[in-house]
Design a protein around this ligand. Structure first.
Ligand SMILES: *Cc1c(COP(=O)(O)O)cnc(C)c1O
Length: 349
């Protein structure tokens, strides 16, 4: 890896961050706060939230077995995807490399930041070779994006290739593990020490059942986390979100139970799907969804919408012609989907 200073945009490296009242005094002991122009009424929402989310990071650190100073929290993974562009990529000069197909937000953030986005197509098993990503990179490549388990394909990426890439790439590797809780394969979290160029993304939106509160996590070296903290909005995670996340961690067992029942339903739904006349192929998955190739994705999508069932048509995505992406629901929801598809006639729609 190149020195972090060399990878960072010079203006960001030199930036003196905004210092809020709560940055300058964060002790809890004082009981009279007259420093932040807050309204003294309407507790507790009258107070600005902790800019560094210390209590929440302490709890997350314990669950994930990562030191709190290696955790960044953001307004969804969206923020943790966007900030590395702003920290490392000079608009109009630098570029990033990513697998294709994958999650669409990486490209959107690249375009918003005027950073060239280079795609390297996955093979027919939705796997990549480290050498192909390295071949697409040049001296201006700051970031490489991987997503494992991948969206929309569902499979996890080959661990050996990820390791090869981490060992050979001079820039930063962003590994999106939004679906890691649904996979049998271990997360890369315990390998952060080995790889100073690794940024791991996780989220409260999937296994934790909290898409509505907008809380994303990034795990990386303390040096990288400090940089992200320096450029984020001061109060990027609001008080209600921090409170709810703390509450969710207290009932962590519940998340475990959700994951177990979703995995059970995933197996059952995929077995039943295989028997459907319209199903051509089901791709292996490590996520809370699966990708399936069907006889005619557009017709089946519209047929299901008519019945009030919404799936995701991924036909327009590279390598995904006539593919639907199906999220695992509750058992009754999954049964309703199966029943509808059993009654689907090719001529009908
Ligand atoms: C759903 C998803 C996320 C989560 O994004 P949030 O902004 O945290 O809701 C991140 N990455 C991938 C690949 C996803 O599919």
């Amino acid at each position: 890896m190149k020195p972090l200073k060399e990878l960072t945009r010079p203006n960001i490296w030199a930036l003196k961050p905004y210092s809020s009242a709560r940055d300058e005094y964060s002790g809890k002991e004082a009981s009279i706060f007259l420093d932040a122009n807050e309204n003294p009424y309407n507790t507790p929402n009258n107070r600005y939230p902790d800019p560094l989310q210390r209590e929440l990071k302490g709890l997350i650190g314990r669950v994930k077995k990562v030191s709190p100073d290696r955790i960044f929290l953001g307004n969804g993974s969206d923020e943790a995807i966007d900030l590395p562009f702003r920290a490392f990529c000079r608009p109009g000069i630098d570029n990033v490399v990513a697998i294709d197909p994958t999650y669409g937000m990486y490209q959107v953030c690249a375009e918003v930041n005027d950073v060239e986005y280079r795609k390297v197509q996955l093979d027919e098993n939705f796997q990549f070779k480290a050498a192909d990503l390295l071949a697409a990179a040049d001296e201006h490549t700051k970031l490489i994006f991987l997503c494992s388990p991948n969206n929309p394909t569902g499979n996890r990426l080959c661990r050996e290739e990820i390791l090869t890439l981490l060992r050979s790439f001079e820039g930063l590797v962003i590994l999106d593990e939004a679906y890691a809780d649904f996979s049998n394969e271990a997360s890369f979290l315990q390998q952060l020490d080995e790889f100073p160029n690794l940024i791991i993304l996780q989220t409260f939106s999937k296994a934790w059942g909290c898409a509505g509160i907008r809380l994303g996590m990034a795990f990386a070296s303390q040096e990288i986390i400090n940089l992200l903290n320096k450029i984020k909005y001061p109060y990027n995670v609001n008080r209600l979100t921090q409170q709810e996340a703390i509450h969710m961690i207290e009932k962590h067992y519940q998340v475990q139970q959700w994951v177990e029942s979703l995995l059970h339903e995933r197996t059952r739904l995929m077995q039943e799907f295989q028997k459907l006349a319209c199903c051509r192929r089901i791709y292996p998955t490590d996520a809370n969804f699966f990708l399936t190739r069907v006889s005619d994705a557009k017709k089946i999508y519209n047929y299901l919408v008519d019945k009030g069932i919404i799936v995701r048509n991924r036909s327009s995505v590279t390598l995904c012609q006539d593919c639907l992406r199906i999220t695992i629901g509750t058992r009754p929801e999954n049964d309703t989907l199966l029943e509808a598809l059993k009654n689907y006639k090719e001529e009908e729609a």
